[in-house]
Design a protein around this ligand. Structure first.
Ligand SMILES: Nc1nc2c(ncn2[C@@H]2O[C@H](COP(=O)(O)OP(=O)(O)O)[C@@H](O)[C@H]2O)c(=O)[nH]1
Ligand SMILES: [Mg+2]
Length: 443
């Protein structure tokens, strides 16, 4: 992707009414557009009161104008920001005027894309901008900011440096083969590759945790009617989100609640009781319940204390992780506890009294591999996959070094390619396009 030469503009504030709205312009024509629109160009990085005028010279709005000359701007290009009143009509008129003066409507994420192309941000940082805006909990926001500040990219780059130095040593050995000397006679290179593979593995775990912060955990409540699924949803959500009655078949639709456990965003989904029913509405509810189970990170199969049935085999096979909740222990006098079952975990609790709820929260966090949420950086699925690929290739290289340097060198080359994909040093236009197109307009 080459740096584009045209000028883009977009309303950077959310659509709707607000105290302030902002049109952002980036590109070589930004300064000229500003001059035509307001009559002058403010000094760099200083807010100046201005009147934004239409083609006939009539005022569209009064507001603040800011000019950031290249390269000291978000995109690295000339940037002008027009801060007006945040009404949709005013903003539309202002943007239309800017477009008439020669700018083009920006595509989603195009400002961030230009920042990336001008080396203002690497790819992981550009993604962190989007993640900060979309953060679903305070921990997720802090993690995104840490990534934006470069914590994740620096860690990846430091490991890449070590990988490169390893490659240099090995490939130098390949270029100047010496019959007398074995490349890794003392095993130092193997040890270095081993250590690097382990550190990459550790980073996979941290990035996985960061990804959880970003994407959250999807937990589905399923089980027979009347066992207390909706009661458990309400207890975890700490509000009466779902209707609870003693009548079996109360919940027929799929219900969603968004909450956070120690900063871990949780998508909690309540479903219709799984049973054979002749009622077409309930049948559809059961069908939807099964669809949700298939897409869940964690299935809570809710049962009642006494003689709880095991989770059905088809559910065990479908869900990524399964916990059998043994509810209503207040009726049997049971104590809250966690036990390992055959292929699942048992948690004894009472949705009504609240006993054992903390145990369940803790269990959901641990199963997901989520620690405290502190000191994390945000990461995406593609980062985790790239790190895993790099760790795997490096570990294979360590195993191959004693035998033949050539195969090991190739594995390390693949490892570096995977790491470079994270920061965007290596990446197809297609990959870049896909990433930036998911951003919102004006970002
Ligand atoms: N004693 C007791 N009753 C409960 C508990 N949880 C739910 N219930 C009751 O069980 C009935 C069914 O609850 P509900 O949440 O609607 O079950 P669902 O059909 O699985 O969603 C209601 O009368 C609840 O008040 C519990 O922990 N203890
Ligand atoms: Mg229910």
């Amino acid at each position: 992707m080459s740096v584009p030469a045209d000028t883009i503009a977009a309303i950077a504030t959310p659509h709707g009414r607000g105290g302030v709205g902002m049109v952002r312009i980036s590109g070589p024509a930004a300064a000229t557009i500003c001059r035509t629109l307001t009559g002058r160009l403010p000094p760099p990085r200083q807010a100046q009161l201005a009147t934004f005028r239409d083609a006939g010279g009539e005022a569209i709005d009064h507001g603040l104008c800011l000019y950031f000359p290249a390269p000291r701007s978000f995109t690295g290009e000339d940037v002008v920001e027009l801060h007006g009143h945040g009404g949709p009509v005013v903003m539309d008129l202002l943007l239309a005027r800017v477009l008439a003066l020669g700018a083009r409507q920006a595509a989603p994420g195009e400002f961030s894309q230009r920042a990336f192309l001008n080396d203002k941000l690497d790819l992981a940082q550009a993604e962190a901008v989007a993640d900060l805006i979309d953060a679903a909990s305070a921990s997720a926001a802090r993690a995104a900011l840490r990534s934006l500040d470069g914590a994740f990219s620096h860690t990846v780059r430091a490991l890449t440096e070590r990988l490169i130095s390893l490659r240099v040593q090995i490939e130098a050995g390949l270029d100047f083969p010496d019959e007398e000397l074995e490349l890794d006679a003392d095993g130092a290179l193997t040890r270095a590759a081993d250590a690097l593979a382990r550190e990459l593995e550790a980073l996979v775990a941290r990035a996985g945790e960061g990804r959880l912060l970003r994407e959250g955990l999807t937990v589905v409540l399923a089980g027979a009617p009347n066992v207390g699924k909706s009661s458990l949803l309400n207890a975890l959500a700490e509000r009466e989100a779902a209707i609870v009655t003693a009548i079996a078949g109360t919940t027929r639709d799929v219900l969603r609640e968004y909450l956070a456990i120690d900063g871990l965003p949780l998508h909690l989904i309540d479903t219709a009781g799984l049973r054979d029913s002749t009622d077409p509405v309930e049948q559809e509810g059961v069908r939807r319940a099964r669809a949700e189970i298939a897409g869940a990170d964690h299935l809570l199969f809710v049962t009642e204390a006494g003689d709880p049935p095991p989770p059905p085999a088809d559910l065990l096979a479908q869900a990524a992780a399964v916990t059998r909740v043994i509810n209503k222990i207040d009726l049997t006098g049971g104590v809250p506890r966690r036990e390992a079952g055959a292929g699942w975990t048992d948690i004894h609790l009472s949705a009504r009294s609240g006993a054992g709820l903390d145990l369940l929260r803790q269990h959901l966090k641990t199963t997901a591999g989520y620690g405290s949420g502190e000191g994390l950086f945000s990461a995406r699925r593609r980062h985790v996959e790239a790190l895993r690929a790099a760790a795997g290739a490096t570990a294979r290289a360590a195993g191959l070094l004693a035998g033949g340097a050539e195969l090991a060198a190739e594995e390390l080359r693949q490892a570096q390619r995977a790491l470079d994909e994270i920061t965007g040093e290596f990446g197809s236009d297609d990959l870049l396009g896909r990433i930036f197109s998911t951003f919102c307009i004006g970002k």
